[in-house]
Design a protein around this ligand. Structure first.
Ligand SMILES: [Zn+2]
Length: 246
């Protein structure tokens, strides 16, 4: 997914959440937008998340068709930023963040950034070429899988401009590794498994329908995770400052 589409996912998720959540998130829009593209802008590719876990993982992919844990970093990073956002709120509400975030605005701006980063990786988990790689790209006319990946993302980006989306009322979800694995598994089964056929037939209409689904699921899961963080932490029960950090 290109940067513009990542920002579109965050925009759409914002349109889905209720007014109470929007009042918290809208003033933090700068942080959310930076977060939604930060992993690409800063070219964060590899990350060591847990000292005891796999050595290093590639953070933009969760290849369902790979057994190697290095190929599953997108789940780890989506989970760590969703859980991290929740933990960050809880520490703030208990007054345990110390001097690192001296004002409410600074706390909220950083929360926006974390939620934006979570949205980036949730959207990657919905993107077919981020959840699988075993495909005969040569038979489809591409020199490398990277070239095919770029082509699919270009097509998604183009079709996103005229996508048909149904807004979604957010629900509480369990923020667990299984939840994020489920998103990747679903994208793999619904979209990646059909890619070879779609591109062999150059079926533009089917690619457009796939884009609707990819954009819609990325929006839906982002809205669910944001809603869960704000609601289950108790943030939605309090009034927060409206002023953005400028
Ligand atoms: Zn990415």
């Amino acid at each position: 997914m290109n940067g513009e589409m990542h920002i579109l996912v965050a925009d759409l998720a914002l349109a889905c959440v209720n007014k109470t959540c929007r009042m918290i998130l809208v003033p933090r829009w700068g942080g959310i937008e930076i977060g939604a593209t930060l992993s690409d802008d800063d070219r964060i590719m590899w990350e060591r998340i847990e000292p005891t876990g796999p050595k290093k993982q590639l953070v933009h992919r969760c290849y369902i068709d790979s057994e190697d844990p290095k190929d599953h970093g997108c789940v780890t990073r989506a989970l760590s930023h969703a859980e991290g956002s929740l933990g960050f709120v809880e520490l703030y509400l208990r007054g345990e963040l110390g001097d690192a975030y001296p004002t409410e605005e600074a706390f909220l701006e950083n929360l926006g950034l974390f939620l934006g980063i979570a949205s980036h990786h949730i959207a990657d988990l919905c993107t077919p070429v981020h959840v699988g790689h075993r495909i005969n790209y040569k038979a489809l006319g591409y020199k490398s899988y990277a070239r095919f990946h770029q082509k699919v993302e270009r097509d998604l980006g183009r079709a996103a401009h005229s996508a048909t989306i149904t807004l979604h009322r957010p629900q509480l979800v369990d923020i667990t590794a299984e939840y994020f694995w489920g998103i990747a598994q679903d994208a793999y089964e619904r979209h990646f498994s059909r890619l070879a056929d779609l591109y062999e037939r150059r079926d533009t209409q089917a690619i457009e329908r796939m884009t609707d689904a990819v954009l819609g699921t990325a929006m839906r899961h982002t809205a669910d995770v944001w809603f869960t963080v704000l609601k289950s932490s108790g943030m939605t029960d309090r009034r927060w400052t409206q002023a953005p950090l400028v």
